[in-house]
Design a protein around this ligand. Structure first.
Ligand SMILES: [Ca+2]
Ligand SMILES: [Ca+2]
Ligand SMILES: [Ca+2]
Length: 129
């Protein structure tokens, strides 16, 4: 958690979002992501492990508690899973699920560092974000 906290602080310093919000899941290095979020210790990021992180971040970003994250609470950015604003928790999670499935090359509902790296690279070349 220590390095994730450092990332959080670095992110907060460069943006206007809530200071205690964790960084977008897409901005955390793959090895770090698995190290920090692998609760069941199977060495990869399960759908639920990543979704819990994304959901927790949503609630922290939702400063006014209206169950939507708007552009003032979290401006769209290159590392965000979805740039839709305002976005509901359900839409936020749906975007995460879609992203997860596109990364999960062997369809075992768990992402290893290689799948995350490849998935992010594919997004970069595909121009999706
Ligand atoms: Ca896991
Ligand atoms: Ca809100
Ligand atoms: Ca997999």
């Amino acid at each position: 958690m220590r390095s994730l906290l450092c990332l959080t602080l670095a992110f907060a310093a460069t943006t206007a979002v809530a200071a205690d919000a964790p960084p977008p899941i897409g901005s955390v290095p793959p090895d770090q992501l698995i190290k920090d979020l692998d609760r069941n210790g199977n060495g990869c990021l399960d759908l639920e492990e990543g979704r819990n992180y994304a959901s927790r971040r949503f609630h922290i970003l939702d400063a006014n508690g209206d169950e939507n994250v708007d552009a003032t609470e979290a401006p769209p950015g290159p590392m965000e899973t979805t740039n839709d604003r305002p976005v509901s928790l359900a839409a936020w999670q749906d975007a995460y699920h879609t992203r997860f499935a596109s990364f999960d090359g062997d369809a075992n509902s768990c992402l290893n560092a290689e799948e995350i790296t490849k998935g992010r690279a594919a997004l970069g070349t595909g121009g999706a974000q």
